[in-house]
Design a protein around this ligand. Structure first.
Ligand code: G6P
Length: 607
């Protein structure tokens, strides 16, 4: 989704900004642009399309020490050159980049038009540039503050002004803004990816805060100009995490990183003495944890699906009722918030707005919410006052792979921890710990079969529709398999509980609609084999993902991938690996943009 980068300092701004835009590409975007000061004027370069296309339009050498850049994901106005950011006022004095949505944009637009302002784009963001230019203030930050007090909606912004060529003003309300503090230089970005190459010292702006950045430092204040003291924090992300290394795409690189991600999520958290888990970051006392009667998980996309699986894991080990719900659905229905429910918000980025607003709703009604989050210091992580960090490292491909697995590991640890507080036996705890410890090697063994998955994907990639079915854990996994496939290969894929097949979808089963059937080695093998027989009786091609003891011998599957048997609760992770590869290689077969699928964004910061 939209990304912001800005630079003021001792170096040439342009290379820092173009590099920043490249680092923001992974979030998903449709246009990009840059504005810098040049000889007392603004030079603005922007275009619809890829960052490299904007970079291609830049003059060979532009000497400038201050500038801002943006990747846009269209909300107001179609993706085109004019709607791309930065936006300027009519006198070309102010340039603004903006993430978020201005809700009173139509009123503001009318007001500006009656005042004779020429508005060139369809965006809400352009209005900010005109409004700031029209404030009579000595200081740019004062002008920005005056405007922000008159708007409603969400924003992360960065502003430059030819009258103040040595500074950038940034502000935040609902859209992340991070300041990067260097030596004789300052940065601003919506995502640390655009900063880590230059500095690891950052300041997170909170909602309702404004920052003024110069080469020599930064000032943070409220919308009412009250100063705020905010010391920088350190981010622990290495620059190498943003390179594909020897891999063709980030998606496949991240699939291969999964054994290491599992180790990182587990590190220091296995309590072998009590056959439990150590989750100090939850920041809830044992007494309080025991008082919760149920758990509710919220999230979006793959985070929600991981939550569905997590709910089953906790229910199974801790015997607590747990359910998962899409964050936006949860908050739109004016949910009942109960004091004996523990709410868990799941988010890779920690910035998904629907999840964030659901958390606000829970907290406003006095509920207890904790985060399961990957990005350290992200808004959701900070809002939740505790939780479980995944420590999976940056995930760059738009579709989630390694953080989905790390989220399942985090849920397994939580299930173990809560289970051992209740009536899970030490023996069961020990068996799960042993299985968790050997899981990275098991996943490594699955990764070796990449060429086999590729052959299968080539066989199935030409179909236009596919079903994914399973029961219990298998159903939640089917949802993730179908989501992955449709996200990256654009094959229409739907997941169903296997038992629901006969209640509708079976009408669409023909020789041109394949079904991926998930057959874990559990009590439901016979039932799943019966579903396969029903599909085969209608000439539907079947690709079965099984576990070695639950083979489909005797049933007529077209293809079978058998993964090794592991602890029942970890089998979804083993069975997920072929599904991830299936999606990846199907996308390659169909020449799709694997890392930045059409219309998708990594971090969805709009409602
Ligand atoms: C977007 C991404 C998905 C992701 C979802 C939730 O839709 O494309 O891959 O699962 O957002 O993101 P989060 O950062 O909250 O996990």
């Amino acid at each position: 989704m939209c990304g912001i980068v800005g630079y003021v300092g001792r170096r040439e701004a342009m290379p820092v900004l173009t590099e920043g835009l490249r680092r923001l590409e992974y979030r998903g975007y449709d246009s990009a642009g840059i504005a810098v000061h040049r000889a007392g004027k603004l030079a603005v370069y922007k275009a619809c399309g890829k960052v490299r296309e904007v970079i291609g339009t830049l003059p060979k050498r532009i000497r400038s020490q201050t500038g801002i850049g943006h990747t846009r994901w269209a909300t107001h106005g179609v993706p085109n050159d004019i709607n791309a950011h930065p936006h300027c006022d009519n006198s070309q004095r102010i340039a603004v980049v903006h993430n978020g949505i201005i809700e009173n944009a139509s009123t503001l637009r009318e007001q500006l038009l009656t005042q004779g302002v020429e508005i060139v784009s369809d965006t809400d963001s352009e209005l900010l540039a005109h409004l700031i230019a029209r404030v009579d203030a000595e200081r740019l930050d004062d002008a920005v503050r005056t405007v922000l007090r008159s708007i409603t909606g969400t924003y992360g912004i960065a502003v430059i002004d030819t009258a103040h060529p040595d500074e950038i003003v940034a502000a935040r309300n609902g859209s992340p803004v991070i300041l990067g503090i260097g030596d004789g230089e300052s940065f601003v970005a919506s995502d640390s990816a655009a900063l880590v190459r230059y500095t690891q010292k950052v300041v997170y702006l909170e909602d309702g805060e404004v920052a003024r950045l110069t080469a020599s430092g930064y000032e943070v204040s409220t919308l009412d100009a009250a100063p705020i003291a905010r010391a920088p924090a350190a981010i622990e992300v290495s620059d190498g995490s943003y390179d594909k290394a020897e891999h063709a795409h980030f998606m496949v690189k991240e699939i291969h990183e999964q054994p290491e991600c599992i180790r990182r999520t587990l590190r220091g958290r296995l309590d072998k003495r009590f056959h439990s888990a150590r989750l100090d970051g939850l920041n809830i006392s044992a007494k309080e944890l025991l008082s919760f009667k149920r758990i509710k998980v919220i999230g979006c996309g793959s985070a929600y699906i991981a939550g569905l699986l997590g709910a089953k894991l906790i229910e199974r080990l801790a015997r607590l009722p747990v359910d998962a719900e899409v964050a936006a659905e949860f908050r739109y229905r004016n949910p009942i918030i109960e004091h004996d429910t523990l709410y868990l918000a799941v988010s890779q980025s920690g910035e998904t707005l629907d999840t964030l607003i659901a958390i606000d709703e829970i907290q406003r009604k006095g509920g207890t919410v904790r985060g399961i989050v990957n990005v350290v210091g992200s808004t959701i992580a900070r809002k939740c006052a505790g939780g479980i960090y995944l420590h999976a490292g940056p995930e760059i491909a738009v579709v989630s792979t390694k953080t989905f697995v790390s989220t399942l590991i985090a849920f397994t640890l939580l299930a173990l921890f809560l289970g051992r507080m209740r009536d899970l036996s030490p023996g069961e705890g020990r068996r799960l710990i042993e299985a968790l410890e050997s899981l990275p090697d098991l996943v490594d063994d699955l990764l070796i079969h990449e060429a086999d998955y590729r052959r299968l994907a080539a066989k199935y990639a030409h179909y236009d529709h596919a079903y994914f079915i399973g029961r219990n854990y298998g159903y939640a996994l089917a949802m993730e398999g179908a989501l992955k496939l449709k996200e990256v290969s654009y094959i229409h894929a739907e997941a169903y509980p296997a038992s629901e097949l006969k209640h509708g979808p079976i009408a669409l089963i023909t020789e041109s609609t394949p079904t991926v059937v998930l057959v874990p080695d559990d009590d439901l093998v016979e039932r799943n084999l019966a579903s396969i027989a029903e599909i085969k009786a209608r000439q539907g091609p079947v690709l079965a993902i099984t576990q070695s003891r639950a083979q489909c011998n005797g049933t007529m599957v077209d293809d079978e991938v058998a993964v090794p048997v592991t602890h029942e609760l970890l089998s979804p992770i083993a069975m997920l690996i072929p599904l991830q590869f299936l999606a990846y290689f199907a996308a390659l077969e169909r020449n799709c943009d694997v890392d930045q699928p059409r219309n998708l964004a990594k971090s969805v910061t709009v409602e």
